[in-house]
Every structure is written in structure tokens, then in C-alpha cells.
Design a protein around this ligand. Structure first.
Ligand code: Z5A
Length: 239
């Protein structure tokens, strides 16, 4: 069997794909949803259509699986069973929302993606890396993120932020209920992923105030996707 390509290096600009695919990763309450909204707004100011979506979920079948996964009904399957369900949800999400949007030139900004399976079910859940890599390859079939922002902060702060945001009648989900050692390990797992794929992943300090985090993310996005265009246009104009 051939080696599984790491996420972010395989077929990044496959045929028919014109938009950009940006994913947000990190622990609970790191500010992913908040920063996705802000990025979407910055892109809109540049007349870029950006679709914000999430995992697990983002399409009707995947949202149904989300309920089972986060409600804890799927926990009895064990981490490998859960990884398979997260991947099944991902396939539907890719087919129904992500791939069509990218093909028509829209950007897709996604709250969690395959790195979460690597971190939660793989590194923390103990599913063998080669099985996680295989599931990833089958689910993604080459649709890999152009950029992954990893929001990093101490887990006790993220969990507290998530707790404060919860409505009074809402309970912590299956993963939020894990112990602090799990969440510490998770943070390290995301940092390890970033270190292993520096071309795709950028770590951003999520402890900073919201505005500062948004600025840091915008600098990364601008440098990666817009500065080249501006330079190209200047070169063309002066040629
Ligand atoms: N999971 C998995 O195991 N395997 C997989 O393959 C996938 C997922 C895809 C999805 O949970 C769960 O599924 C997740 C992993 C697992 N585990 N859990 N739990 P989710 O979608 O329900 O939740 P989440 O992804 O963990 O995100 P979150 O808790 O909703 O947080 P967030 O989106 O990162 O943060 P936020 O909502 O933007 O901000 C939280 C609060 O902090 C809010 O009140 C903000 O106003 C505040 N905030 C945000 N930024 C700041 C700053 N900079 N300073 C101060 N306060 C801030």
C-alpha cells in the first residue's frame, strides 16, 4: 500500500476547484466560531463569498450524525467507531457543501475538520495513526485545506469560556466532559500537527483579546492569499 499523503499536501489544487478552503482547529472555547465570523466579514469587505460551516455537521445527514456523536450515543462504539462516524459525516459534508462551493469559486471556512479526528480520536482516543490516515484519505479524496488556523490557549481558560457561553438549560457535550489531562493532551496534539505541517498550519495565540486574534488571523490570510495577487498586479502594471 502506498504511503498516505499528509493532509494539506495532496492534490491541493485539484481540477475544478477555484475557491479557498480554510479550517479552524483547537480546543473547546478557543474562539473558533468567533474568529470565523470575523474572517467571513473581512472577506466580504473584499467581495469574497465565504461560506462558514462546521464539523461534525454542515449538511443534513452530517448534522444528524452530530447529534449522536456529541450527545454521547455513539460513545459506546469506542474511538475507532466514532472516528468512522466523524468520517462518514465528513464525506456527506464534503459532497454536499464543501466541494460544490469550492468548485464555483467560493471560499469555505470550516469550524473543525480532519485534524480534530487526528487529535480527538487518534492522539487522545488511541486509534492507530495508520487507521486515522486511511480514514482521512478515504473521506477527503484530495480535498484538503489550503490553510489551517490552530487557535491555542490553556484548556482551563477555553473550558471556562465555553461554560460561560452555555445557556442555563444546556449541558456540556461528550468531549467537554473529559478530564483536564485529556484537554491538556489535546492542546499538545494540535501543536504537534502544526509542527508536522508548517506549510498548511499556523498557530495563533488565542489568549489575546478578540480583536488582536482577528488581526493576527487576517495578517496570515492576507499574506497567503492576497499579497501575491497585489504584487502580481503591480508587476503586470509596470511591465
Ligand atoms: N470532534 C471530534 O472529536 N472529532 C472530529 O473529527 C470532529 C469533532 C470534527 C464539536 O464541538 C466536538 O466534536 C468537539 C470535538 C469533537 N469537542 N467538543 N466539545 P462543538 O462544535 O460543539 O464545539 P467546539 O468545536 O469545541 O467549539 P466551541 O466550544 O463552540 O468553542 P469555539 O467555537 O472555539 O469558541 P467561541 O464560541 O468562538 O467562543 C467561546 C466563548 O469565548 C464565547 O463566549 C466568546 O465570546 C468568547 N471568546 C472568544 N474569543 C475570545 C477572546 N479572544 N477573549 C475572550 N473571550 C473570547
Amino acid at each position: 500500500m502506498s504511503a498516505v499523503p499528509p493532509l494539506g499536501t495532496a492534490h491541493r489544487h485539484e481540477k475544478g476547484r477555484a475557491g479557498r478552503f480554510v479550517t479552524f482547529e483547537g480546543g473547546e472555547g478557543a474562539g473558533k466560531s468567533t474568529q470565523m465570523r470575523r474572517l467571513q466579514q473581512r472577506l466580504a469587505e473584499r467581495d469574497v463569498e465565504a461560506i462558514a460551516t462546521r464539523e461534525p455537521g454542515g449538511s443534513p445527514h452530517a448534522e444528524a450524525l452530530r447529534e449522536a456523536l456529541l450527545g454521547g450515543k455513539a460513545a459506546s462504539l469506542g474511538p475507532l467507531g466514532e472516528a468512522v462516524l466523524f468520517s462518514a459525516a465528513r464525506i456527506d459534508h464534503l459532497d454536499r457543501l464543501i466541494k460544490p462551493a469550492l468548485a464555483r469559486g467560493a471560499w469555505v471556512i470550516c469550524d473543525r475538520f480532519a485534524d480534530s479526528t487526528r487529535a480527538y480520536q487518534g492522539a487522545r482516543g488511541g486509534v492507530e495513526p495508520r487507521l486515522i490516515a486511511l480514514l482521512e484519505r478515504v473521506a477527503l479524496l484530495g480535498t484538503t485545506p489550503d490553510l489551517t488556523i490552530i487557535l491555542d490557549l490553556p484548556p482551563e481558560i477555553g473550558l471556562e469560556r465555553a461554560r460561560q457561553r452555555r445557556a442555563p438549560d444546556e449541558t456540556a457535550d461528550r468531549f467537554e466532559r473529559e478530564d483536564m489531562a485529556f484537554h491538556e493532551g489535546l492542546r499538545q496534539s494540535f501543536l504537534d500537527i502544526a509542527a508536522s505541517e508548517p506549510g498548511r498550519c499556523c498557530v495563533v495565540d488565542a489568549l489575546a483579546p478578540e480583536e488582536e486574534v482577528a488581526q493576527a488571523i487576517w495578517h496570515i490570510v492576507e499574506a497567503r492569499f492576497f499579497r501575491g495577487n497585489a504584487e502580481q498586479k503591480t508587476e503586470q502594471a509596470s511591465a
